[in-house]
Design a protein around this ligand. Structure first.
Ligand code: EPU
Length: 430
């Protein structure tokens, strides 16, 4: 029930350290089930989606030991169950990676259909199922939406994905790492977290080549071993702060990033007139004037990420001129627009297209986070608006941003988290 309160108008200056990548961590955690040895995972983000995945591992019987809040050791030797019920999956969509991981370990998985961010449309898993079936599993979806997958031992196979899917690529990699023979995923997703999962599995002894291209070859191995691995920095967390600084004006070093992963975001910010200086593992963002308009089409990596679309819409809502955003991944990812319009933005949505006429200023208002990235967008809107913005549904933001309030306060934002009591009175907690 927490809320965020933001008094807008402050320039941001200083340095923000980026945490480990959510979407890499969510793929790597279930992969630890594929070995009996200890896996030590470093740079793991302290976010609620990760906590959900850790809880599932523990419930399945894995021994989980936090060394500190960003380092965890997992030993899945005592995992005996292949069942993940709805109470565990309902809070986190990536819980469906346990289908691939459990299939890889036991040739059997029964996992309830997950919850997760709802973009207003269906989020199909037909390509995941196609992959499991081609590997020799028989898959059924039972009455209470449990995906039941069983095989006599998975056998490698060519798998052509009909649509570029991050989740299907990851799930198939998890299932195929120990399958017999060669699996070739064609039309695979190329996101940085796919490469990170492949690197993690290869460090465990897997034989995976081509991750980061659209053809991934997985030669199954008999056994995987434990390892120590550090997760890559979060591309979208970095991009969110880059856009925040572009929008508020200021001068911030976004630290602990892989600048190559940020290229599509950097290119659009430069088009908007923002200065971006790249260093080995940081980018410096400088902005001191109203942004220029620009057009964006979201696409699979290396295209502009859909997970940065709502944040960019906020920047463009105060740009000079009219911008167009074309959402190329999700059917319905403009629900947050209603909130921005209440803050004074001028945005018209028609299907997967949003037309944004830049206004001079947004004004603070009570708004809500409709999903994780919509929540990030509301924070940026609050940072640039005049007056106070109150953001409800902070629970969505907690899913993917570690210490967002602390990180923003450290660079000069006036933002705090407040607890809402049952009587709806507000008391300060940080
Ligand atoms: N799709 C299908 N069939 C499938 C799978 C996907 O038609 O079997 C379609 C989807 O409906 C969508 C497109 O393919 O239109 C892409 O979906 P994808 O499978 O790539 O998405 P995902 O794996 O469910 C991940 C991220 C999302 C991010 C998308 C796209 C994780 C845990 N989630 O989702 O991240 O938006 O890729 O890049 O990695 C977020 O972090 O806020 C987030 C939502």
């Amino acid at each position: 029930m927490d809320k965020l309160l933001i008094n807008g108008g402050n320039r941001l200056c200083g340095r923000i350290d980026i945490s480990g990548a959510k979407n890499a961590a969510l793929a790597i955690l279930p992969a630890t089930i594929l070995t009996d040895d200890v896996c030590r995972i470093e740079n793991i983000p302290d976010i609620s989606d990760v906590s959900v995945m850790i809880k599932i591992l523990a419930a399945l019987g894995a021994d989980v030991k936090y060394i500190n809040k960003n380092t965890v050791e997992i030993c899945a030797k005592n995992v005996r169950s292949f069942n993940v019920p709805y109470e565990m999956t309902k809070h986190c969509r990536s819980s469906y990676y346990f289908i691939g991981a459990l299939l890889g370990r036991f040739s059997r998985a029964a996992v309830a259909m997950p919850g997760g961010c709802n973009f207003g449309g269906v989020r199909p898993i037909d390509q995941h199922i196609k992959g499991f079936e081609l590997l020799g599993a028989s898959v059924s979806i039972e009455e209470n939406a449990i995906v039941n997958a069983v095989s006599d031992g998975l056998i490698g196979s060519p798998i052509y994905l009909d649509t570029v899917s991050v989740g299907a690529t990851i799930n198939i990699m998890l299932a195929a790492a120990k399958a017999k023979g060669l699996t070739v995923i064609e039309n695979a997703a190329k996101e940085p977290h796919i490469v990170d999962l492949a690197n993690f599995l290869n460090t465990m002894g897997a034989d995976i080549r081509g991750a980061g291209t659209d053809v991934i070859k997985i030669r199954g191995v008999e056994k995987l071993k434990g390892c120590t691995y550090s997760i890559i920095p979060d591309q979208i967390e970095a991009g969110t702060y880059m856009v925040a600084v572009a929008a508020t004006g200021g001068d911030v070093l976004i630290n602990n990033v892989i600048p190559k992963h940020l290229e599509s975001i950097t290119a659009k910010l430069v088009e908007c007139g923002v200065e971006v200086e790249e260093y080995d593992d940081s980018v410096l963002i400088k902005s001191d004037r109203r942004p220029n308009k620009c057009n964006i089409k979201t696409m699979p990596h290396p295209g502009f990420p859909t997970d940065m679309q709502p944040q960019m819409a906020v920047l463009l809502s105060v740009a000079k001129g009219t911008s167009i955003i074309n959402e190329g991944i999700w059917d319905s990812r403009f629900r947050y627009v209603e909130q921005l319009v209440r803050m004074g933005a001028s945005i018209k949505v028609d299907g997967k297209i949003a037309v944004i006429e830049g206004v001079e200023k947004l004004k603070g208002a009570p708004v809500k986070a409709d999903d994780l990235r919509a929540g990030a967008a509301m924070i940026i809107a609050g940072l640039i608006a005049t007056g106070t913005t109150e953001i409800e549904n902070v629970v969505y933001i907690d899913r993917g941003y570690e210490n967002v309030v602390e990180k923003l306060r450290a660079v000069g934002a006036d933002i705090k988290r407040v607890k809402v009591t049952e009587q709806d009175s507000v008391s300060n907690v940080s």
